[in-house]
Every structure is written in C-alpha cells, then in structure tokens.
Design a protein around this ligand. Sequence first.
Ligand code: FES
Ligand SMILES: [Fe+2]
Length: 437
Amino acid sequence: MLSAEQNDRITRVGPDKPAGTLLRRYWQPAALVDELTGNRPIKAIKLLGEDLVIFKDDKGHYGLVGRSCPHRGTDLAYGRLEDGGLRCAFHGWLFDVNGKCLQTPAEPEDSNLCAKIQHKAYPVVERSGILFAYMGPGEAPEFPHFDCFVAPATHTFAFKGMIDCNWLQSLEVGIDPAHTSFLHRFFHDEDPKEGYGKLFRDTSIDSEMPMTKIMREFPRPRIEVEPTDYGMRVVTLREISEKNTHVRVTNLMFPNAFIIPMSREMTITQWHVPIDDKRHYWYAIFTSFGAPVNKDEMRRQRLELYELPDYIPRKNKRNDYGFDPHEQEHDTYTGMGADINVHDQWACESMGEIADRTQEHLGQSDKGITAYRRLLRMAIDEVEKGGTPLMVLDAQSAAKIMGPAAIDGIGPTDDWQGYWQKTDASKRKAASWANGR
Ligand code: FES
Ligand SMILES: [Fe+2]
C-alpha cells in the first residue's frame, strides 16, 4: 500500500513531476515508422503530457517539435512539408527538424527575428520500426544491444495500441506472472496445432501438455525475481511433477518496458509509454529467432483488432470489451473472447485512470511489482540527487547489455536454471542473426 504522495510520485508524467523527469532520461517510443508514410508524413502526437508534431522532412530526416507555432501559437500539425522543414500554415514560418527557424517570410528582408527563434524540438531516431524520441536534458543515452534492436529488419515487426489508463498499471501487469492462470484462463484446450505461436496457448516445447492446461491447473507459481544490469529477470516456476517444471523467463527493461516470450521463435519487447497521466500506448517489437517475419500479414491481423489512425482497440470499455456472460460461464475466465490483450486491457483500465494504490493489498505473488517499484523509487531519487539512474547508458555499457533470455518451456524440476540457459543458448545458435550473442 502506498500513500497518495508516493503514488503520484511514481505515476505522474508531466515535465515537472518525479516520474516524468525520470522517463525523460530515456529514449521513448513516439510513433511507428508506419505512421509517417505516404505523401504527407506529419502527425500530431501527445507524449509525456506534451503536445508535439512528428514529421519527416523532404530529405527523410525525422523531427519532433512543439505543436504550437512559436510565432502566435497555431497548430503546426496542419503545416506544410517543404523547403527542408515544416512550415506553419498561418504566416509561413519554417522550422527544421532541430526546431531551428529557417524563415519568417512575412518579416522585412532585413529582419533578424528568425535568428532569435528556437522552437522546442527533440531528437528522433528509428529503431526496428519505431521512432524513438529523447525528451530529456543533455546527451541522449545509448540504446542497449538487446535482441530487438540488433535483429535485422527482416526479423522484427512493430505495432502499438492505446490503453485508457496510466502507464504504470500496464507495466505492472507485464511483471505479474500470476494473473495468467486466472485472467487468461481457457476452460477448454484446443488442438495444440491451433495454438501454435499464440501466447499462453502454444504447446510447451518439451511437453504435450497444452499451455492452457498448465496455466489452469497450476495457479500458484513460484516467482523468482533477480536484479540484472538492465532491470530485473522474473522467472516463474510451475512445478508440474517431481520431474518436470514449467519455466517462464521474462524481463523488465528499466524503466518502462518488458521482454517476454511469445512463442518458440518470437519474443515481444513492449514499452508502456505515457500519452499523458491517464492514457498510454503499448509499443511492441516482435523479434523472430526463426524465419523472417511477414510484416504485411502481422499488420493485417492486428488491424482487424485496432482502429486507425489512433490504434484504438475495437473491443474497449465503450462496448464492455465484448463481455459475454455465456462465454464466461463456459469458455473463458473473463467472457471477453480469446484475445489476451483484451483481457489485459480490461484489467488495467478497470483499475481507474490512475490506480489508487493507497487501497491495494499486495501479496507474495506480487513480488515482481514490489521489486520494480523499489527500482523505480531508487531511480527517481537518484535523478533528484543529480545522479545517473539505471539504464542511462554510455556506448561501452550499452554494448554489454545483450539478450535477454525470454523463454517458455518445460524443464527438469531439479535443474530449471540450467534448462532455461541451455534453451536460450540453443535458440541463439539456431538463429542466423543471433549466433554468438
Ligand atoms: S502562427 Fe505560425 S507563422 Fe504565424
Ligand atoms: Fe496478461
């Protein structure tokens, strides 16, 4: 249980707020590359409570600038992309990707007003289909050499979706391995072939037991949380028999992402990025250790579930997440269909816009959450003291942060550690791009 002040401290994201200040020390997903294609690559976005415009100039450089024009405040999202920048539609002021004012065409020829104008601008880089922005002070940190960033473009796919609540609620779901046995429970097991590649429905690598059955029948996992140089590793153990244990290895990449196995070949690296205090996007990079990904097909499948341009899930609180009491009685724990993202969305959003952590009662199965909040508070304190928080990396330290292992399978009860390490090693050996990493 937290005090209201502590809860504010770890949830609020404005530039003057402790968590907002911390999150600004890292590259944050701002948009998908897919959102800036076509004839007019400009999009209004809100990120960490700030109204911004992201665009691609006529040379292909990405920029992220304040949404209101520094002349008299009109909306630059309606601007014109021309002459090496973004031009305001009101009086034609032109800004480059660095926020430098290039022209003030209504001013007299000899005016030097333009030279005095520096518009708010943040650097943007592309990584694996996502445009990341750095909104903090000083030099931006380096990216860790995680699989999702080093895998070739042929083996990654990026997507996003909006969630109507504070970012921390969803991040905390990602490090809560106990909920799977309940929230994502299916009362019937499908043919393992049908479940192939589906999170929590795939048959485990080394067993004929369907994953849905393991989750359903072993609801009290042992959870091991280990601190790592990138945040923490969460190992979830469901002992099936004296001989066999289901092992799931997931990771928290500090401060606001996690890395989980999706299937035998695929991992998901997922950020929860505040739009403002009360809404956020999940951004995911799917990374394949097997065959190249079929991006068009992955995108097509997901667009059946999400509505453009804002990537709003079609099942949401306005339609009760598709809740069907008959289904809840006979097929699924929630009655909200088979898509586990819908279940998670409901769980996060139904806690309220910003979960009231003064009223919660954490148990032992919440130990990932407790451990993460400790890290978060320490990093916030560190920034306030003027120090460098966890995962603000220089090139040397970034190069050392590789992997991580994200595994789901069944291993020997007496050597589950050796099991996941060996499984990770052989997965890397089999993947053309990951060999030796
Ligand atoms: S308000 Fe933008 S140029 Fe005048
Ligand atoms: Fe979940």
